[in-house]
Design a protein around this ligand. Structure first.
Ligand SMILES: O=S(=O)([O-])[S-]
Length: 283
């Protein structure tokens, strides 16, 4: 596999083009099924948020179990040892959630495609055809590695002791905006905020910014480079993106993404929270 300038966690369009037809390369289109059906990168398989969410909680957004992901991959015909390349059209925000999940299940043959699907389509082939799928019996072979994971008890014990990084918008952070799925507006006490999208040329090609730009954007966080820091958002997707950026591109070793994030936190009335805004906008 050819490696990109951003190290091996990202792959560039031209690199993907060269390996697209390789038997052991599985490309995953992480967009809504209706968008995938319209067109996608040739040979790509479709996975969407709902496919990697647990149904065992009264609130939404929790990660799927190892067994659920094994079943999903088996149904998609993915074999253990396949090289997985994930793309989306959201600056890799959605794709990063699957990347993060695969880190927990200790599957390291995974890369994100650097750039948006829209930009791919302008320059490379896209198709609405799908290839026949031959189901497999996919199993993760290594023991799970939960270094990039934290649950609500872990977050509660970390307030005031570790840096907690909220990756949502200003209005979500202040509690003014309550997104669908959350039970109230607000934030985890003593958290700081850096919007996940600062890492991406969001209004351009949606590629990751350069390492120098990333260092500048995350300079407050990089002061804690040797410490464990926690990321969260609404349901652990935008914060999975920030976890990717901090660990894979900026070399931080101890970053934990809060799986349940604000949806789970806001569900429990006994968990502390902060809110600045009196007005609430529901969305
Ligand atoms: O819903 S999200 O904040 O995880 S993108």
């Amino acid at each position: 596999m050819i490696l990109s300038q951003h190290k091996n966690s990202l792959i560039e369009f031209d690199e993907l083009q060269k390996v697209l037809s390789f038997e052991d390369v599985k490309v995953i289109d992480f967009r809504k099924p209706q968008h995938y059906q319209k067109d996608h990168i040739p040979g790509a398989l479709n996975v969407w948020r709902s496919h990697i969410r647990s149904k065992n909680f009264p609130y939404s957004g929790m990660k799927a179990s190892k067994e659920e992901v094994e079943l999903l991959f088996s149904d998609l015909g993915i074999k253990n040892g396949d090289w997985i390349i994930i793309y989306d059209d959201m600056g890799l925000c959605d794709a990063a959630r699957l990347w993060w999940l695969l880190q927990l299940y200790n599957y390291d043959k995974v890369q994100l495609l650097n750039g948006s699907y829209s930009r791919w389509k302008e320059n490379y082939e896209a198709t609405s055809n799908t290839l026949p799928i031959h189901k497999t019996n996919f199993k993760f072979e290594k023991d799970p590695d939960y270094r990039m994971y934290i649950d609500k008890e872990g977050v509660l014990n970390s307030i005031g002791k570790k840096l907690i990084l909220d990756t949502r918008t200003t209005d979500e952070f202040s509690g003014k905006r309550q997104k669908k799925g959350a039970y109230k507006g607000g934030r985890i006490p003593e958290s700081i905020r850096i919007d996940w999208a600062v890492a991406v040329n969001y209004h351009g090609d949606r590629k990751m910014k350069t390492i120098e730009e990333l260092k500048e954007a995350y300079k407050e966080v990089l002061k804690y480079k040797e410490d464990t820091i926690i990321t969260y958002c609404q349901s652990g997707t935008r914060s999975a993106h920030t976890t990717f950026v901090l660990t894979q591109l900026l070399g931080m070793k101890h970053v934990q993404n809060y799986d349940g994030s604000w949806i789970e936190w806001s569900y429990f009335n006994d968990l502390p929270f902060e809110k600045d805004s009196i007005t609430t906008i529901f969305e």
